[in-house]
Design a protein around this ligand. Structure first.
Ligand code: GDP
Ligand code: MG
Length: 317
């Protein structure tokens, strides 16, 4: 990464990109115009995630022509979360704006997001209300957003929008990895940051093609499990697994006690073999769940991860 022209910009715009060569010049112009109009100093951090279409050459050209443009190129494709993690690490502004590199997000909306932050929010997410994508993307996405909103308890409509603004404290504290970038609002909310949403304009994809197919929704839901696990239960896995285990075990005990009574009364279990199997199965699975919970507790204790469990708002010394 080369020396930036502006040492401490107010806003860092992070653009993760993968094979978006045709869009970049227009995108840079859009961001420049938008932030110049707002009168904010900025830097743009392009994170090229192993593109093979010459995207990085285009970025390098922009870098040589304009101040405030920084760029990094990964050796191979690591995924959007890795690209964002790098951007967050590198960003020097107090506000960090992320946006897609495909021109579908409108740089003209950055001001709207930042204005919302001024109301005291720590993370403002875009909502592509009129989403300009085929229905094959829109419908699964709507379903995904609905479930995520229910499970996480944050009432926002669009978790997937690439256009988001963060205060530095948020990007400093939250680790993005795997595919967890979709859940940044959830993770932030759970740490006590204030999360809001604003409607943004979304445009049709002009160049290149989409990188995400249906498979991302399956992974997306698995990631939701991860998020629930890490936000609610990392520090106490026994609460999750132990409770389930004990309940299953109790049901098993009740069933088997009933069969035992039958056996005493009639000398046999009256052909209730399937019920016997269920009872035994429930008891065994219950014990396993409790054991998994205990193992989880041991791991949680040993690991003592670097990430702090809490987020500090203020201290008075
Ligand atoms: N860093 C990185 N960015 C990606 C990757 N896949 C897609 N992107 C970027 O994420 C943004 C959204 O991707 P896109 O294919 O348009 O998804 P869609 O808008 O949901 O159809 C674009 O800016 C892409 O360049 C990836 O593997 N790594
Ligand atoms: Mg797109």
């Amino acid at each position: 990464m080369s020396e930036p022209a502006i040492a401490q910009p107010e806003v860092s715009v992070v653009v993760p990109l993968f094979n978006e060569v045709e869009s970049l010049v227009e995108l840079e112009r859009g961001i420049r115009e938008s932030l110049t109009t707002l009168g904010l100093s900025y830097e743009i951090i392009f994170v090229d995630d192993g593109s093979v279409d010459g995207s990085f050459d285009a970025v390098a050209k922009l870098h040589s022509e304009r101040p405030g443009i920084r760029a990094i190129r990964f050796r191979r494709n690591y995924g959007k979360a890795a690209a964002l993690a790098f951007g967050f690490e590198a960003a020097r502004g107090n506000f960090i704006v992320t946006m897609d590199g495909d021109l579908q997000d409108d740089p003209g909306e950055i001001g709207k997001l930042l204005a919302r932050m001024d109301e005291g929010y720590d993370l403002v997410s875009g909502w592509k209300r009129q989403r300009q994508d085929p229905w094959t993307k829109r419908w699964p996405s709507r379903c995904f957003n609905w479930v995520t909103s229910r499970v996480s308890g944050i009432r926002i409509h669009d978790f997937n929008c690439g256009l988001k603004a963060y205060r530095k404290a948020v990007t400093r504290e939250i680790a993005v990895y795997g595919e967890l970038h979709r859940y940044l609002p959830v993770l932030a909310h759970w740490r006590g940051f204030r999360v809001a949403e604003v409607e943004v304009r979304h445009r049709e994809r002009k160049y290149g093609r989409t990188k995400y197919g249906l498979q991302r929704f399956i992974r997306g839901f698995l990631d939701l499990l991860t998020v629930v696990m890490i936000t609610r239960y990392t520090r106490s896995p026994l609460h999750l697994f132990g409770t389930t285990g004990i309940v299953l075990n109790l049901v098993g005990i009740i069933i088997n006690s009933y069969l035992l009574i039958l056996k005493f009364q009639h000398g046999d279990i009256q052909g209730r073999t399937p019920l016997l199997m269920l009872g035994v199965l429930l008891m065994m699975v219950g014990v396993q769940f409790v054991s998994i919970g205990l193992l989880g507790e041991m791991i949680a204790r040993i690991q003592q991860s670097d990430e702090r469990d809490y987020s500090v708002l203020e201290t008075l010394d």
